[in-house]
Design a protein around this ligand. Structure first.
Ligand code: GAL
Length: 522
């Protein structure tokens, strides 16, 4: 009897060992720098070494940005004769082990990129079928972090299996390598990737526009309950803080208040924080922004509760999280349009919304300016400039100091859907949804059309185009020309207007500094 218990216990221990990620790197979201947003696939060892030097010199390493990660483009187009990945010799003449050594000598950790398919997204060799040799190569090279992408795999090669294969290969090396799943939210990784990776991307790639930043954030609402030190982290993708391309390519892209909203919300959601900017020309105000101690501390808080949306009305939103020791982190966000001539919105957070007693007295601290604003009971109001945030730390001055509240408590928005909380099966995903009755027969039963089979066949064309067709093509071209002219004109005017508005925003922001933290009765 005892022997069979022992045998069962041994089997269970083995099963657990092979079914969980065992690198011990889940405690906090990772922080660092990644090459992709600034350099794309054109990286080389000079850039990486220079970035290592700058991470140290700019104080970013000491602020917590310790991983220096190569993204796509580092490898050669071919594996070596013995089937190993190898670096592009022109770009990395000293080789990856030497580069990793340099990075380590700066007190940083070294990260690399690979792909769970036949090729990386930029066309370099993929790791599908080569998991063991690649994981071992990375371990031999001294790699500390693997970003694992999702390009070029067939649908039948089930995503969970592909990512689990690399998890097992990394485990087998015995080197703790942080495993970051970059599968763009495919098949809802927040439901299955805990125990597979330390973090998982929840969305497609970030773009350097304000609308995209807002969109990615919205996609992540409701997902925070799936993150934490015992599970892993939702990855909202790399930061675009300070990216100088914003202005050039996106005349309506983020400015300072948008960038700090982007940064504060990524931090509150406990996303890994990866700088995506070329450090050679990162404006010092953005370096300071990235180093904001108390924002970073919120991201790295011991309790590890990811923040989430707790209230919204129109263009005003409140996000919150629980922090170690019973404080709350709160972000008041004004999403009002930049077109408004009244760009301030009053936003009030009530203590009941963040799990505190209605009349409890609490210290409110402005996290960006690192100033206590006073003791308030019941609520706190701030006038927030458009697209800007007020980031607050609310700490009860008397008990109970309760850190068991979670942002998703009592929110109908987050009511769980038990049927969906299981790890999706490959069969279900690959077969696709066919509706409750797969036979499609019988009175009243409907069958979901299989949209993958639907095909669009253009009408067969025959003979030369008719006069009407030629005329409509010419008319369309002329219309396009006129529209193009007005678009260019508008963009130029809008560019100037944007500058004015930005100036206006600065002024309003200054005003809000004085008005912001004086709620009635304080
Ligand atoms: C994408 C990924 C990006 C970047 C790129 C490289 O799939 O989401 O972050 O790594 O591939 O090709």
């Amino acid at each position: 009897m005892t022997r069979s218990y022992l045998r069962f216990a041994a089997w269970l221990a083995c099963a657990l060992l092979v079914t969980a990620l065992d690198n011990g790197l889940n405690a906090k979201p990772a922080m660092g720098w990644n090459s992709w947003n600034a350099f794309g696939p054109t990286i080389n060892e000079e850039i990486i070494k220079d970035t290592a030097d700058r991470l140290v010199a700019l104080g970013l390493r000491d602020a917590g940005y310790v991983y220096l990660n190569l993204d796509d483009g580092w490898s050669d187009l071919k594996r070596t004769a013995d089937g190993r990945l190898t670096a592009n010799k022109t770009a990395f003449p000293s080789g990856i082990p030497a580069l990793a050594k340099y990075v380590h000598s700066k007190g940083l950790k070294f990260g690399i990129y690979a792909d769970a398919g036949n090729m990386t997204c930029a066309g370099f060799p993929g790791s599908l079928g080569f998991e063991e040799v690649d994981a071992q190569t990375f371990a031999d090279w001294g790699v500390d972090y693997l970003k694992y992408d999702n390009c070029y795999a067939a649908q039948q090669q089930w995503v969970v299996d592909r990512y689990t294969a690399m998890r097992d290969a990394l485990n087998a090396t015995g080197r703790p390598i942080l495993y970051s799943l970059c599968n763009w939210g495919v098949a809802e990784p927040w439901l299955w990737a805990s125990g597979v990776g330390n973090s998982w991307r929840t969305t497609e790639d970030i773009e350097p526009t304000w609308d995209n930043v807002v969109k990615l954030l919205e996609y992540n609402v409701g997902l925070s309950q799936f993150a934490g030190p015992s599970r892993g982290w939702n990855d909202l993708d790399m930061l675009f803080v300070g990216n100088s391309r914003l202005g050039e390519y996106h005349p309506f892209g983020p400015f300072y208040q948008e960038q700090r909203a982007h940064f504060a919300l990524w931090a509150l959601f406990k996303s890994p924080l990866f700088i995506g900017h070329d450090l050679r020309n990162l404006n010092s105000s953005f370096v300071d922004l990235l180093k904001k101690k108390e924002i970073v501390a919120m991201n790295q808080d011991e309790l590890g509760v990811a923040g989430d949306l707790i209230w919204q009305q129109g263009t005003r939103k409140i996000f919150a999280t629980a922090l170690a020791g019973g404080s709350r982190g709160v972000v008041l966000w004004n999403l009002q349009t930049t077109q408004s001539q009244y760009p301030l919105s009053n936003i009030t957070v009530f203590w009941e919304q963040i799990g505190l007693g209605g009349s409890q007295r609490a210290t409110v601290r402005d996290v960006f300016s690192e100033r206590d604003l006073g003791v308030f009971s019941g609520s706190f109001s701030a006038a927030v400039a458009f697209h800007d945030v007020a980031v607050l730390r609310v700490t009860p001055v008397e008990g109970p100091l309760d850190d068991s509240w979670r942002p998703w408590h009592a929110q109908p928005l987050y009511a769980p859907q038990p049927a969906n909380l299981a790890v999706p099966s490959a069969a279900a995903w690959i077969a696709g949804y066919t509706g409750p009755s797969s036979s499609g027969s019988g009175p009243g039963s409907k069958q979901q059309p299989d949209i993958r089979k639907a095909s669009f066949s253009p009408p067969a064309s025959s003979g030369p185009p008719s006069f009407a067709v030629v005329l409509s093509v010419l008319a369309s071209l002329a219309a396009l020309g006129v529209v193009g002219y007005f678009v260019v004109l508008h963009m130029r005017m809008r560019g100037w207007q944007q500058l004015d508005e930005n100036e206006g925003a600065r002024k309003m922001s200054e005003m809000s500094q004085t008005r912001r933290y004086s709620p009635p009765g304080s």
